[in-house]
Design a protein around this ligand. Structure first.
Ligand code: DOR
Length: 445
């Protein structure tokens, strides 16, 4: 008798651990149960994927959805709607909300707010501070938590761990891979006058200079070695850090963002002003090439969007009163597919950076690869589609993108989570059904 599935993806080009090849996928009860030639099978729902590439669901390991506290900039519903419109099936959300996510109550509140409102799978970072340092080994294992995040330099919000003794206490406690924003706070304070004097966002990479980033990354790695911690260094921006991290791959994993891979100073500040102000900053072409070197050489493990919306009214304040951060979750995949179309990286490498890499680094259960037994999470893309990224198509509450007006080649046409079609050709499902992610090492025995 012919096999029956809940969902059948028919005739697509599958991007799997075996390579890129035509095939069908059968999903039953939310899980992938068959991969191959399923020509004789039937299903409750069949998607004709001819002409499309089928990726494992894209996972964005760095987003700021601002809820609770700053819902005028972004919220969990709109942020995750942007995610699935952009082909993203799961997100890790950051703890610099108000209140900060630094205790079990704040985490439980976010999980509660996410229920029936988030369109994609999700997990929340626990902020590491001097106040909760000794509890982090327990906090990081709570259901719905993806791990600990530390800010070594001030950015948006007031989550900050600037001194080595506190960093040592945190990294001495944390057992899972710890995500870190590495900018050296003492040097930031020393040089802040440069931003004030310039009163222009082109001074942002001068104030928060390459040495500010490198110094923090060096301090971080030294303390990680001392304490036996494994660290994930977020949004690397300098060629020097990339070479330094290449010497420390045994304990450090590395993230870059699409904006640091795509934009460069001084042109981006001339064109987009405070819209492209973020921490750490967009730097010059030499550093951008340094990031691509790291990506080409395998030093980079994941690409995260650092989706961090602020309203355009806030961005219109005079620098440096203007806040740092820009939206990105909805454009993560289109911008990177455009780099694939330009021959800058292969689709298989992109799949590892956006799907398998996040799952491998953080131990996400049942996601990251197209495999029998894994959840039926897929991102269907048309590699040849030419589309224009536009502010008016953005779901984020702040309503804009730094890539407004850019034509890209490659576009996500469907987002499927646990066998449910959450987005197809820009149309959403009738209900938000995202669930908390589960992590292998934290599953109950
Ligand atoms: O530019 C940034 N904005 N960098 C960060 O690290 C935080 C983020 C935000 O939350 O706005």
């Amino acid at each position: 008798m012919a096999e029956t599935f809940d969902l059948l993806l028919r005739g697509g080009t599958l991007v799997t651990h075996s390579g890129i090849a035509p095939g069908d996928i059968g999903v039953r009860n939310g899980r992938t149960v068959a991969i191959g030639d399923l020509a004789t099978a039937s299903a409750g729902e069949t998607i004709d994927a001819k002409g499309l590439h089928v990726l494992p669901g894209v996972i964005d390991t760095q987003v700021h959805f601002r809820e609770p506290g700053n819902e005028h900039k972004e919220n969990l519903e709109a942020g995750s709607r942007g995610a699935v419109l952009g082909g993203v099936t799961a997100v890790f959300e950051m703890p610099n909300t108000a209140p900060l996510t630094t205790n079990p109550g704040a985490l439980a509140d976010k999980l509660d707010r996410a229920k029936d409102r988030m369109w994609c799978e999700h997990a929340f970072y626990m902020g590491g501070t001097g106040d909760n340092a000794e509890q982090l080994a327990e906090l990081e294992r709570l259901p719905g938590c993806c791990g600990v995040k530390i800010f070594m330099g001030s950015s948006t919000g007031n989550l900050l761990t600037e001194d080595d003794p506190t960093l040592r206490r945190i990294l001495g406690t944390v057992r899972r891979r710890c995500a870190v924003h590495a900018e050296d706070e003492p040097r930031l304070k020393e040089r802040q006058h440069l931003a004030q004097e310039a009163a222009d966002p082109s001074a942002h990479p001068l104030w928060r200079d390459p040495e500010t980033a490198l110094r923090a990354t060096r301090r971080l790695i030294a303390i990680a070695r001392e304490t036996g911690a494994r660290v994930h260094v977020l949004h690397i921006t300098t060629a020097e850090e990339m070479r330094f991290l290449a010497e420390n791959k045994d304990i450090a994993t590395v993230e870059v963002t699409p904006q640091h891979l795509t934009l460069a100073a001084p042109g981006c500040y001339d064109e987009l002003g405070t819209r492209v102000q973020m921490n750490p900053p967009i730097r010059d072409e030499g550093h951008r090439q340094g990031l691509w070197w790291g990506l080409d050489q395998g030093v980079v493990d994941v690409i995260g969007s650092d989706h961090a919306p602020h309203t355009l009214a806030e961005k219109a304040e005079t620098y440096p009163a203007s806040p740092s951060g820009m939206p990105g979750v909805q454009t993560l995949l289109p911008v990177m597919l455009d780099h694939v179309a330009a021959g800058r990286l292969s689709l298989l490498r992109l799949m590892d950076l956006l799907c398998a890499g996040p799952a491998r680094l953080f131990g996400i259960a049942g996601k990251g690869r197209i495999a029998v037994g894994n959840d039926g999470d897929f991102t269907l893309v048309d590699l040849a589609a030419k589309r224009r990224i536009l502010d008016q198509d953005m779901a984020n509450v702040s309503g804009w993108t730094p890539f407004h007006g850019r034509e890209v080649t490659g576009w996500p046409l469907a987002t499927i989570i646990r066998g449910q079609i959450v987005m197809r050709e820009g149309e959403l499902a009738s209900q938000a059904t995202g669930r908390p992610l589960r992590f292998g090492e934290c599953l109950p025995g």
